[in-house]
Design a protein around this ligand. Structure first.
Ligand SMILES: [Cu+2]
Length: 155
């Protein structure tokens, strides 16, 4: 099979880039300990309501002044429905699902995560501006998907 010189150059360039990206990912995983943002903590999706701290979803204040927010996503809503956090507070969200794949998105903040049954998704954000932030599901999860919208109030 005859390959044109330019074709060989592009093939070599493409293969070279694959090797570079693979080396970058491997280096980040081994040296920096990078892992995917979720899939770190697991939970039995049939026992979420009996598993602390998801048996009492909501906000917890930590000793260092930051907050943890535990959310349960289900068809078709989030628990808790409303969350109030003080302005300039760092909030780490722990979100899990009891049924199907959901999304956890706060569009104004850049928070945008998938919530998979059996896994705990973790995402952090510092709320610098007071106001009411929309929390939505951005993974189509069924007929009532459009109803999955709640609010995070920063005051
Ligand atoms: Cu949804």
């Amino acid at each position: 099979m005859h390959l044109h010189r330019f074709e060989r150059i592009w093939l070599a360039f493409g293969l070279g880039m694959m090797v570079v990206f693979l080396a970058a990912i491997t280096t980040a995983a081994i040296v920096d300990g990078f892992v995917p943002p979720s899939h770190v903590q697991t939970i039995d999706p049939t026992k979420v309501s009996q598993t602390p701290p998801f048996d009492h979803p909501g906000l917890r204040k930590l000793a260092d002044g930051s907050y943890e927010a535990y959310y349960v996503a289900h068809i078709f809503g989030f628990d808790p429905h409303h969350l109030a956090v003080p302005v300039n507070s760092r909030v780490t969200f722990y979100v899990t699902s009891t049924d199907v794949e959901h999304g956890f998105s706060v569009p104004e903040t850049g928070i945008n995560a998938m919530v998979t049954p059996g896994w705990v998704t973790t995402v952090s954000h510092t709320f610098h501006s007071p106001g009411k932030y929309l929390l939505v599901c951005n993974e189509y999860c069924g007929a009532g998907h459009h109803l999955m919208a709640d609010e995070i109030e920063v005051k």
